[in-house]
Design a protein around this ligand. Sequence first.
Ligand code: G6P
Ligand code: ZN
Length: 579
Amino acid sequence: PSSPSVVRASSSFSTAVAEPEGIKVTSVPTRPIEGQKTGTSGLRKKVKVFMQENYLANWIQALFNSLPPEDFKNGLLVLGGDGRYFNREAAQIIIKIAAGNGVGKILVGREGIMSTPAVSAVIRKRKANGGFIMSASHNPGGPEYDWGVKFNYNSGQPAPESITNKIYGNTLSISEIKMAEIPDVDLCCLGVTAYGNFSVEVIDPVSDYLELMENVFDFQLIRGLLCRSDFRFIFDAMHAVTGAYAKPIFVDGLGANPDSIANGVPLEDFGHGHPDPNLTYAKDLVDVMYAKNGPDFGAASDGDGDRNMILGRSFFVTPSDSVAIIAANSQAAIPYFKNGPKGLARSMPTSGALDRVSEKLNLPFFEVPTGWKFFGNLMDAGTLSICGEESFGTGSDHIREKDGIWAILAWLSILAYRNKDKKVGEKLVSVSDIVKEHWATYGRNFFSRYDYEECESEGANKMIEYLRDLVSRSKAGEKYGSYILQFADDFEYTDPVDGSIVTKQGIRFVFTDGSRIIFRLSGTGSAGATVRIYVEQFEPDVSKHNMDAQTALKPLIDLALSISKLKEFTGREKPTVIT
Ligand code: G6P
Ligand code: ZN
């Protein structure tokens, strides 16, 4: 029992085994269930919906019905999750259906835990055919809240729409589920359990990922910063999956004080929290960072570890600025980019701060729709290294997902690099110094997003239809208050690698001074509709850079509300979240 790898033979479960080398597979009859179309990022519903008979099983079987057999027969799949309620039961269902469909082996994180970026890393390192992530990301967890499942493909990237559309099609015609008759797998201890030709290996969810981080970053450099007596660091894991990663990486790997990890134990309901690292939902961290003499650097990550929020003392770094600043400093501070990044990209609603860095560094630049899956092809083609989204996602081609801990290590690297020769007592270059210097060099892109969560779908859809109609009638040169329209459209994207086209990705009003207003419906909610309004305005004048974003953007926000008649359509007076 003290051995780290326990090998159990299938014969100990002989009742389930039809023949010595095989496993018994039962065909469970089922019927199609409505509404199993995946959104921006996998299938997400209330836990109660997933717990209905065959709801999850149908979708998993539909997935196997959609993949070419050579992509999974006798193949290797990875299974991880963010630790939320229902993951334990779901893991057993997924394992049994995978076995029933002829998968050879599943690598599963201990206790079913593995962050989204770690799943992507493990798929790549172990050359797996793909992997499942049991998570509804930043949505709350627990019996009354959300559950979700995502499937990533063999380079670790979220499944493309061509696959998710097929899965949806198959959910509408499904009639049987192939279930292997094997007992529940004990996910608590590391080791391999074999059932005939099928096996499950429980792996440490951290080690492959940590090894990758050690290759990407200069751990010695970061350690030098985190061990300083005049630098205080705090990481808030929000009782979500990065709780499992924080101690091995920040404390054991980089020398941070154990007290610097807040909410570091993953819980099934995230401690009643909403594990979304933004100014609203990571309020405890924000309060600490804005208190008098707060820490020098604060960061948080979301449910499944792919999002991040970066804060300095009394200072918030918008995600749009964060990716631009990481890109601008990457070659100097991060060994992985020692030859410079190959190219940069952002999602359409993300501010243009990154565009300015790509111009200055003379790098290829791409604007893609919302959704990390659109970056993968560009990375595989070798034209993209660093990318980000306004929705607190930042990452690079080290994997094919956004990566919360990566972003935090990138910021720590930049701070460590800038302060490496500073003696104790000398004033350190702070997060806000770095951001303000960046604005002075490139100009500031003021940016804000207003979210109206859980609106009635009908009103929200009508508003979007109304805006589409407005766009179709719009003309360049039209006046909108003091702004002059350059163009308005509904964003469409042609993937430069495979030529695939996606339409209706967000309504844009772009004005002649570069200001933008964008309207979208979220694709990640689990109930009703969430309206997102994004506003952006470029300011080259340094003397105006210290303005509060909400003040600077007030005229554009008012304009957005009046253009869209949001109040009329949704009945909402105020947004539920402002970032
Ligand atoms: C997830 C996706 C991101 C996306 C974000 C917001 O985190 O991985 O790519 O930007 O959700 O999407 P939404 O459709 O809700 O605006
Ligand atoms: Zn997430």
